[in-house]
Design a protein around this ligand. Structure first.
Ligand code: PMP
Length: 377
C-alpha cells in the first residue's frame, strides 16, 4: 500500500453522516447538497443528449460549446479565460486531484486554511506533499500576514484559497483581494483558488482570478454540483494559463479521458437557459440562512454571519465540550446531526457545521432540538 495513506482518514463528514443512519428519527443537517429538484434546463439537456446519441468520448478538455459558455459566464464575473484555457472535469474534486498531482513533488509544502474542505489536506498527503496550515481570524477572515510570513520562512510555493468557504461561509472581501493580489505579485507562488460556491455569494463577489496581471500564477476551480443542484452528475472545471494547462491536462487525460458527455451537454443547456433557477435557489438559501442565524443568536450562540455557500459555523467553545463529543451527544440525546468542526481540520475544534440545505420545517424542528440540548448542558 501507499504509505502516505496511513495519515489519511475517511472524511469526517461522511463518517458522521453514516452515524446518523443508526439513529431512528434523527434530523440530519450534515450534507452539503442542495435539496432542490434538478432544474428543467439540466434535465432537458441530459435527455436530449441521450436522444441525440451524444454519448461518445468528448475531447479531453470537454465540449467546446460548454467551455465557451463557461468562458462567457466567467467574463460576467470579470474573470477572463479563453475556451482552451478551461478543462471540464468529473466534479471540482477531479480538478483538485489533477492540479495537485501535476504540481507536487515529494515533500513540497502547500499552504491550506484551517478549517477548510477536507479534500485539500488529504489529496496533498496522498501525493506525498506537506500540509502547512494558515490561520483564519475570529471572523474566519484570512490572515494575510500569516501567509506572507510562512511563504518567506518556510519556502512555500503553493497557496490554496477556498472562498466562499465550506464550512465557514466566509467570502473574499475587496481589501483581502487587494492584499492577496499584492502578495501573489511579490512572491514566487502558485495559487489554487477553489470557488465551487461562487454562485452562492450573498454579498459582492471578489476573486484573485479577476486580476489579469497574475493570470499565470492562478489556477481557478469551479463546478456545477452546488450551482445547479446536480451533485451526482459530476461536472466541474479548472481554468488556467496555457502553460499550466499543457501539463495538468496530462493527468486528466490518463485519469478519466473526459467528463461524462451527456452531463457536459446538460450544463451547457443550464448555463444558456437555467440561470434564473440559480438565482431562485440563492434567494431561498439566503432566507434560510437568516432563519438559522437568527435562531442560533436567540439561543445565545456566537455566530459569524455567513456571506456565501450554505453553511453556518457557530462556536460551541463556551460549553467546553470537544466538537466531536458535542455532535455525538446532540445526535444521540436530541436526534439532530451536525458535523463536528474537527472534520474540517484542527482549526475547526470548538465549532459545529450546520448545513441549511434542508426545508424550513426540518430546520425549525432541528433548531428547537438544538436549543433544548444547549439549555440542558
Ligand atoms: N470544493 C469544495 C469547497 C467543496 O465543498 C466541494 C464539495 N463539497 C468540492 C470542492 C467538490 O465538489 P464536486 O466534486 O461535487 O464538484
Amino acid at each position: 500500500m501507499n504509505k502516505n495513506l496511513n495519515s489519511v482518514k475517511i472524511s469526517g463528514i461522511r463518517k458522521f453522516y453514516n452515524e446518523v443512519q443508526k439513529v431512528d428519527g434523527a434530523i440530519s443537517l450534515t450534507l452539503g447538497q442542495p435539496d432542490f429538484k434538478l432544474p428543467v434546463s439540466i434535465e432537458e439537456g441530459l435527455i436530449n443528449a441521450i436522444k441525440e446519441n451524444k454519448t461518445t468520448y468528448t475531447s479531453n478538455l470537454g465540449i467546446v460549446e460548454l467551455r465557451e459558455e463557461i468562458s462567457n459566464y466567467l467574463l460576467n464575473k470579470d474573470i477572463s479565460y479563453e475556451a482552451d484555457e478551461i478543462c471540464i472535469t468529473v466534479g471540482g474534486s477531479e480538478a483538485l486531484f489533477n492540479i495537485f498531482t501535476a504540481l507536487l513533488n515529494k515533500g513540497e509544502k502547500v499552504l491550506i486554511p484551517t478549517p477548510a474542505y477536507p479534500a485539500y489536506e488529504s489529496i496533498v498527503t496522498i501525493l506525498g506533499g506537506t500540509v502547512v496550515n494558515y490561520s483564519l481570524d475570529d471572523e474566519f477572515k484570512i490572515d494575510v500576514e500569516d501567509i506572507k510570513r510562512k511563504i518567506k520562512d518556510m519556502n512555500i510555493k503553493y497557496l490554496v484559497l477556498s472562498l466562499p468557504s465550506n464550512p465557514t461561509g466566509a467570502i473574499l472581501s475587496k481589501e483581502e483581494k487587494e492584499q492577496l493580489v499584492e502578495l501573489i505579485k511579490e512572491n514566487d507562488i502558485l495559487v489554487i483558488t477553489d470557488e465551487i460556491y461562487e454562485s452562492l455569494c450573498y454579498d459582492k463577489y471578489y476573486s484573485v482570478a479577476q486580476c489579469r496581471d497574475i493570470k499565470d500564477k492562478v489556477i481557478y476551480v469551479g463546478g456545477f454540483s452546488k450551482m445547479f443542484s446536480m451533485t451526482g452528475l459530476r461536472i466541474g472545471y479548472y481554468a488556467c494559463s496555457q502553460a499550466l494547462m499543457n501539463e495538468i491536462i496530462k493527468i486528466h487525460q490518463y485519469n478519466v479521458s473526459c467528463a461524462p458527455s451527456i452531463c457536459q451537454w446538460a450544463v451547457y443547456n443550464g448555463l444558456k437557459y437555467g440561470l434564473k433557477d440559480v438565482s431562485h435557489m440563492k434567494e431561498v438559501f439566503n432566507n434560510r440562512k437568516e432563519l438559522v442565524v437568527n435562531k442560533l443568536k436567540d439561543m445565545g450562540l456566537d455566530v459569524v454571519i455567513p456571506k456565501g455557500a450554505f453553511y453556518v459555523f457557530p462556536s460551541i467553545k463556551k460549553f467546553n465540550i470537544p466538537s466531536e463529543e458535542f455532535a455525538l451527544r446532540l445526535l444521540y440525546e436530541e436526534k439532530v446531526a451536525c458535523v463536528p468542526g474537527t472534520a474540517f481540520g484542527i482549526g475547526g475544534e470548538g465549532y459545529l457545521r450546520i448545513s441549511y440545505c434542508y426545508s424550513d420545517e426540518e430546520l425549525i424542528e432541528a433548531l428547537k432540538r438544538i436549543e433544548k440540548f444547549i439549555n440542558k448542558i
